[in-house]
Write a protein of this length. Structure first.
Length: 366
């Protein structure tokens, strides 16, 4: 049975410029081809003609033929143009049109829009993060600059250093090595009951060392020592009827210097002396190393600034009159200092006699 389409087969043979052979002619051609193959040593199945499952059209033997088409053929009626586009050109056209080939919906439609590839998203996020960090840093720098300028303008001007300075402190001037100088205003001195009338002339020839005595405890900090200074001043004015506190300077157990009458006015003991008082009872307590150092720093500063003579004489109050001041423990220390003067000791002349001072000159009470 011939399953071929006569119309299609006739068209195919007509396209090739030949007429389609009849079934008898095709059978004859196949028989001749089989004989040729057999002669050439190519075996041909014997059931090709007797087996109805093998159609004659399924076996093709081509010999000296041209323009042969095997398989289906598509015919176009009219002019046909074939255009080849490689991958790179197609991708460039898609990019120019804003088409993401990976973003297609289920209907086959291509989604158009911005390219949301991970690499571009990372780059964009990185740029935004860097910009944000730079803005934060710039803001922080501006705030820091403004605050620093404000702090500089609001800081109070540093007070004049009373004795000179090699140790930094925000409130008090100092002698160096942490020995603070507490001025009258800072320890809360009251106004003098009457004006001081005897000036202290520089350079001063004598230094007089005393203590508070009367079982007074050494003071340990600025707060307690300031209270003690006010108590001493109140006692001097109310009980002893003095115009002001007695000594020129007072030294606490921690080595700080408290200003009494200072450099300008004579003390209540002797007009030509610089009176320095240890704050405590040093018949009972030993002076601290910082306290002794504070006194030495004060005297060294006085010499350097012309307040004391270079060869000044240092004496204890118990050398000038009958007294336990400055206490046995302080006296034991100061008698080994280089400027100590042993007047009235072991037959030595009276203190200040070379200046015309008399015994009563050491107890002027003014």
């Amino acid at each position: 049975m011939d399953n071929s389409n006569p119309t299609t087969d006739n068209a195919l043979w007509t396209l090739q410029g030949r007429e389609r052979p009849s079934p008898a002619q095709r059978l004859h051609n196949l028989t001749s081809a089989a004989a040729s193959n057999s002669t050439a040593g190519l075996p041909l199945p014997q059931n090709i003609f007797t087996n109805p499952a093998i159609q004659p059209s399924s076996v093709i033997n081509l010999n000296h033929s041209t323009d042969v088409v095997i398989g289906p053929m598509t015919q176009y009626q009219g002019p046909v143009s074939i255009y080849y586009m490689d991958y790179m050109e197609a991708h460039a056209m898609q990019t120019a049109a804003g088409i993401n080939s990976h973003n297609a919906n289920g209907n086959g439609n291509v989604n158009r829009g911005r390219d949301k590839s991970p690499s571009k998203r990372v780059t964009r996020n990185t740029i935004l993060l860097i910009t944000l960090i730079l803005l934060v840093l710039a803001t922080a720098l501006v705030v820091l600059y403004v605050e620093l300028n404000r702090s500089r303008t609001e800081l109070p001007r540093k007070k004049k250093i009373y004795f000179g300075n090699n140790y930094d402190h925000d409130t008090f001037p100092n002698l160096g090595n942490g020995h603070l100088v507490i001025d009258r205003k800072q320890w809360g001195a009251a106004k003098t009951s009457r004006d001081l009338t005897i000036p202290l002339k520089s350079p001063i020839p004598y230094v007089l060392i005393t203590h508070i005595g009367v079982q007074s405890l050494p003071c340990e900090n600025v707060y307690k020592c300031s209270i003690k200074m006010r108590t001493i001043q109140d006692s001097a004015v109310a009980e002893k009827h003095l115009p002001d506190i007695q000594s020129n300077f007072y030294v606490s157990d921690e080595g700080n210097i408290y200003v009494g009458r200072g450099w300008d006015w004579a003390n209540t003991y002797a007009n030509q002396t610089l009176a320095v008082t240890f704050m405590g009872d040093y018949g009972r307590f030993r002076p601290s190393a910082k306290q002794l150092e504070g006194v030495q720093f004060l005297l060294a500063h006085a010499v350097a600034n012309g307040n004391l003579e270079v060869d000044y004489k240092l004496v204890a109050q118990n050398q000038t009159k009958s007294s336990k001041s400055p206490g046995a423990y302080v006296f034991e220390e100061i008698r080994n200092w280089p400027h100590f003067y042993g007047c009235n000791m072991d037959g030595a002349p009276a203190c200040g006699i070379e200046l015309g001072m008399k015994p009563e000159s050491w107890d002027s009470k003014q």
